[in-house]
Design a protein around this ligand. Structure first.
Ligand SMILES: [Zn+2]
Length: 227
């Protein structure tokens, strides 16, 4: 595990985690800003009231903004598996990328490699199950698109971080019920699109077609086998 190149850049934007709450989620974001400098400024600006535990630049440099023991402010209004205080129980990582607003582009190899190392280290410190490694869009489907369809969840899962369906499955039930079983807040209008943005990026149209259902079925079989 490569622990090198972590730069301390303390953000004032955090508070205490709720007593007794486990740290059992990892939430990935993109910064959605023109430059890494602008993103770091914002994540450290007391007036902005936002932060994350880490930011990873495109060249693989890792900045530590908030200690993992504290509650960083990255998720906002969100929900996963019925939990609404996602900040209270998660680690948040920001990936430098201009995002859909300023010129969305691929996440370069050094950035993905640094993320793989960092996430591996985080998983060794906290009891985070694979299905709780999510994107911001998974936990806030109606508000957020990040880290978005260019993020390579498959390669991450191949390195033991998160779930990605390896084979087709069968959805034995109603799509919304199965999405809820996986963890999604099915009160969100864009929940199927959010699922596709993570697990079926070839077409994100919000329609629960046969392929989308098959992928969902495969994931559900996986969590029923392992939970
Ligand atoms: Zn985000």
């Amino acid at each position: 595990m490569n622990g090198a190149r972590i730069i301390e850049k303390a953000s004032p934007n955090f508070n205490d985690r709720p007593a007794g709450s486990p740290v059992d989620m990892l939430v990935l974001h993109y910064t959605g800003m023109i430059s890494t400098e602008a993103a770091l400024d914002r994540l450290c600006d007391p007036a902005a009231k936002v932060s994350a535990h880490y930011l990873i630049d495109e060249d693989g440099t890792v900045y530590r903004l908030v200690p993992e023991s504290r509650r960083a402010w990255h998720a906002g209004l969100s929900a996963w598996r019925g939990h609404r205080d996602v900040n209270g129980r998660s680690i948040g990582i920001e990936l430098a990328n201009p995002g859909h607003e300023y010129g969305y582009r691929d996440f370069p190899a050094p950035q993905m490699s640094a993320l793989t190392d960092l996430a591996g280290a985080i998983l060794s410190r906290h009891p985070i199950p694979p299905r709780n490694i999510v994107g911001h869009s998974d936990i806030a489907p109606d508000r957020k698109l990040d880290p978005g369809e260019r993020f390579d969840w498959r390669s991450l899962a191949e390195r033991g971080i998160g779930l990605y369906p390896a084979q087709a499955g069968v959805a034995d039930g109603d799509v919304l019920s199965l999405l809820a079983e996986y963890g999604y807040d099915t009160g969100a209008r864009q929940v199927v699109a959010a699922f596709q943005r993570h697990f079926r990026t070839r077409r994100i149209d919000g329609k629960a077609d046969a392929e989308t259902q098959s992928i969902l079925g495969s994931l559900i079989a996986e969590i029923r086998r392992t939970d």
